[in-house]
Design a protein around this ligand. Sequence first.
Ligand code: TYM
Length: 345
Amino acid sequence: MAGFKERVFSGVQPTGNLHLGNYLGAIKRFVELQSGRDCIYCVVDMHALTAQLYQPDLASQIREVTAAFLAAGIDPKAHIVFNQSQVSAHAELAWIFNCVARLGWMNRMTQFKEKAGKDRENASLGLYAYPSLMAADILLYRATHVPVGEDQKQHLELTRDIASKFNNDFAAPIAERGFGEGFFPLTEPLIGGPAARVMSLRDGSKKMSKSDPSDFSRINLTDDPDTIAQKVRKAKTDPEPLPSEEAGLAGRPEAENLVGIYAGLAERSKEEVLREFGNAQFSAFKSALVDLSVERLGPIGSEMKRLQDDPGYIEAVLADGAARARAIAAETMAAVKDIVGFVRL
Ligand code: TYM
């Protein structure tokens, strides 16, 4: 956005079982965006409480996501890596956004409906307000670009709605303080590539997810090569050979998913993958997919384990990142408080 410094922000919840969807849809793209940009990557631990309150392994899951960021190639010196709860301004700005967001907007959020399920009365208020906290995460740093998987698209639209209402409702104090274009940017989502929505290996109509009870539905970033091979070999397919063009994947969700995964890992388009594997049987394609997955994920998994054995190092990275994030957040909050009309002493 013109007038705003280009800044990338994204977050990953420390809810365990980091998987190939998180990697291809998000973390791999975080790594690619680093060059020539200012990036902030956050382990969103406050979000993790929305679904399940007490998580005995929360601290190690926070270290696990941090390890995944570092093992995948994020440079914590050139960019900022931190955990959300260490920067209390996320909660402060989220409160203001709770007053900006309208109930009608929140009621349209499909992720809340999916996560709350039938027993909506028993869902936490935090789960309902989740998208408002997510908008605060992004706008606290006035981030212009947010790389995410397809499932976060609606939350990014809500973030723009919140920014826009804040800019409009407070137009006078914003203009008085010289923020010509509005105080918050209308953040652009960066969603795309062949693996923006990786599906379950057991059911091509369901998203690959941390919470699927079947471990065979996903490839975890810490799976060893034998486990990866077993999961790929057992992945659901259909009886036809692969088509030679993308149009031939229509109505074949499992085939489309495996081709998308291959393309994401190989950094090629689905069309290119099908040019190579068109007319191949799944057995041959799966062997190639096993080799590629092990080649690309194996080193990340082993580096994650090495880093997790050194919690002191991980915590030093998070402490340094939090201090730098706090400094940016403090500037935003000071301006927000002035704009809203709070008395700052
Ligand atoms: P989370 O923790 O569920 O997932 C982290 C990232 O992984 C992507 N992702 C996928 N991409 C492709 N295929 C899949 N099957 C798949 N599953 C997950 C997600 O889209 C996400 O990019 N609300 C966010 C966390 C968040 C956030 C933020 C993100 C909180 N504040 C601010 C960006 C900016 C979430 O639950 O992601």
